[in-house]
Every structure is written in C-alpha cells, then in structure tokens.
Ligand binder design. Structure first.
Ligand code: FNR
Length: 347
C-alpha cells in the first residue's frame, strides 16, 4: 500500500466520522427573489443543464472525491450509478495513486463501467501535472474514458500536510502547455479556498475551458489535515487556517465577471443552494460531502439524496418562475451581510 493510497482511505474515514466542515460559504446571505405569480407548471420544469457541449440531467455535479484505494471502490461504484441514473456530471478523485501504481486503477475504472453514458471528469493535481507532464493527464483521461480533465489546486492543503509539496513554481506554465496540447477540455479546480478574479484571469489566459470555484465554507482541508495530523505543531497550523479562503458565493461573484463556464463547489448543501449558484452565474453546482455520506451507505440512500436535491431545485425554479435552468440564470437575488460586504470590496 502506497502513502498516496492509504491517505485516500484515511480521508474517507475522517470525512464519514468527524465534523470536517468550516465557515460559511455565503448561501445563507443570498435569497432568491420570490415570484408570487410564477406562470409555470412545476411538474414540467426542465432541470437540464448544458456544460462544455454536454446536456446533463440537472446542474447538480458530483464533485471529485475518491478512488485509489481498494476500500474506495464501493463508494465510486455508487456515485457512478447515480451519475448514470440521473445523467449527472461526475468527477473522480485524484488519480495520482493509480498513476503511480496501476494495480489501483480498479477503483477508478469501475466509474466508467457503471456509468457508460455519463459526463466524467478525470482528476490530477497541478503539482503532478507539472512534474509528470501531459502524459499523466492523458493516462488519467484514458483510464476512465473521461470527457474532460480537472486539474486541482490545493496550496492550503499542501502547506499543512506533513507530506505536502511546498513548491508551486511552474504551475501556471504547466497548465498553459496542457491547455495548448490537450485534446479534451481542461477545468481548473480549487478544493476549498476559492478562486479570486485575478487568478481566474490567469487561468483563462492559460487556456482553460472552465473553472470549478472550490470555495470556502464546506469541506475544510485545514480541518481534515488537523484531524489526521499526529504531530501537534501541524495540527496547530491547520487550526490557524480554519477560516482561510474565499467563500464560495464571493468567489463565484468574482469569477463570473471574468467570463467562462463555472462549476460552483464548496458548501452547497441543498437544491436551493444549487438554484442560488445558478442565479449568481454558475453553470453547475458541485457537491461532495453531502453525497459522500449516503454513498457510503447504499445505492438507495444516495438515489434518495439526489432526488431530494432535485425536488428542492425544482421548487426553487417554480417559485422564481423559471421554467428552465437558462431562465433560472436570470433570476434575481438579494445579497446581504458579510457576503455583500466582501463582494463590494472585491476587484
Ligand atoms: C474531496 N475533494 C477533492 N477534490 C479534488 O479535486 N480531488 C480530490 O481528490 C478530492 N478528494 C476529496 C475527497 C473527499 C473525501 C472530499 C469530501 C472532497 C474536494 C471536493 O471535490 C470539493 O471541492 C470540496 O469537498 C468542497 O465541496 P463540499 O464537500 O463542501 O460539497
């Protein structure tokens, strides 16, 4: 068992058993404007969403989580079944472990086996991309026959993880060469600290096709690494950074001004949050932790969770008079509190 692989299992166990969320993504400061005369039929609302040329069943995206350890196979199998059943986009977790050790591919390849028609995103860290180049990106995509690849950035986690990579130099250049040469769309994805407007411009400049906000206010890697740390100095360091990051709503409002397709992930906890994200300019709303827990239980628990999210989304669409996701994107919102203050001070 490699270090990368056993870390994957540690993360799942911690996420299932411990409180790993921190802060506020900002959705409680956002209200969709109620339409008292909606003039549409709730039962015929069309939740389909377009993303990078694909038509998906809804804007709910199954965010990158796992794979790379035999114990993660069952979770990926269930997530993939949900992706296939509801025609949702899905990202797999970082494929590094399987690229280092091909025997571990099974926990990833199961996803394409169970979801032959789904829009799948491969996943690789920017540091692995920089160090191994386009060849690893190609192998990651081939492993699951993915439609796109997400390159994740996670400087906060690298900084406080005992085995973390502290040198991020050359990341942007690596991204630029990938975007130039690669045959599939490249999505740049944060994992809980958000993306600012200036960073988004650099990402578009490098040629990326989409940005996944990965904002602050949901799953916290500072908290996970804190809980995993055996060393008390590292635990203290994680603790000190529990409130670090750009809340998802604030990051979304910054990135949408820079243009380009957006997945809003980080602290979305209901179909209403997905509706709010779409109204604020996201093309899709990603969820990790809220799907992980039912996925560790059973197919039925996961399908029921997705159906509940879809019901909330449909009611929110009805109450804003939005027959389609395209019209939801024009729904008005009120933004109050700290979220509003942060948006007003952003560049
Ligand atoms: C993640 N996330 C993640 N992201 C990524 O790009 N590659 C990865 O390997 C992982 N691994 C991973 C494992 C687990 C157990 C969780 C819960 C999450 C991050 C994930 O895709 C998402 O950006 C954040 O979790 C924020 O969303 P939620 O959890 O607040 O809905």
């Amino acid at each position: 068992e490699t270090v990368t692989s056993s870390r994957k299992r540690d993360h799942l166990v911690i996420c299932a058993e411990k409180p790993i969320e921190a802060g506020d993504a900002g959705f409680s400061d956002v209200r969709l404007v109620h339409n008292a005369l909606p003039e549409c039929d709730m039962d015929t609302i069309d939740t389909r969403a377009r993303f990078l040329g694909a038509t998906l069943g809804s804007p709910l995206f199954i965010a990158a989580m796992t794979g790379g350890h035999p114990d993660t196979l069952e979770v990926n199998r269930r997530l993939a079944r949900a992706a296939e059943r509801f025609n949702l986009g899905m990202g797999v977790g970082s494929q590094r472990a399987a690229l280092e050790k091909p025997e571990l591919e099974g926990s990833f390849t199961i996803v394409r086996e169970e979801a032959p028609h789904a829009f799948l995103c491969a996943n690789l860290g920017i540091i692995q991309l920089r160090d191994h180049g386009i060849e690893w990106a190609e192998r990651a995509v081939e492993m699951i026959d993915a439609q796109a690849i997400a390159i994740h950035v996670n400087s906060l986690q690298e900084a406080i993880q005992p085995e973390g990579d502290h040198n991020a130099e050359g990341s942007l250049e690596a991204l630029r060469s990938l975007c130039e040469e690669f045959s599939r769309p490249v999505i740049v994805k944060e994992t809980g600290s958000g993306i600012a407007a200036g960073t988004a411009r650099a990402i578009w400049g490098a040629g990326a096709s989409a940005i996944d906000i990965g904002g602050y206010g949901g799953t916290s890697w500072a908290k996970i690494e804190c809980l995993r740390a055996n060393d008390s100095d590292l635990a203290d360091l994680g603790e000190a950074f529990l409130s670090w990051g750009i809340p998802t709503v604030v990051s979304l409002c910054e990135v949408r001004k820079t243009g380009g397709p957006i997945i809003a992930t980080g602290g979305l906890r209901s179909g209403i949050d997905i509706a709010k994200a779409v109204a604020l300019g996201a093309d899709l709303g990603g969820m990790a932790l809220p799907l992980l827990k039912p996925a560790m239980e059973s197919d039925d628990a996961l399908f029921a969770a997705v159906e509940a999210i879809h019901r909330e989304l449909a009611v929110a669409m009805f109450l804003t008079g939005s027959r389609t996701v395209g019209s939801l994107a024009h729904a008005r919102t009120y933004i109050t509190g700290l979220t509003r203050q942060m948006i007003e001070t952003s560049d």
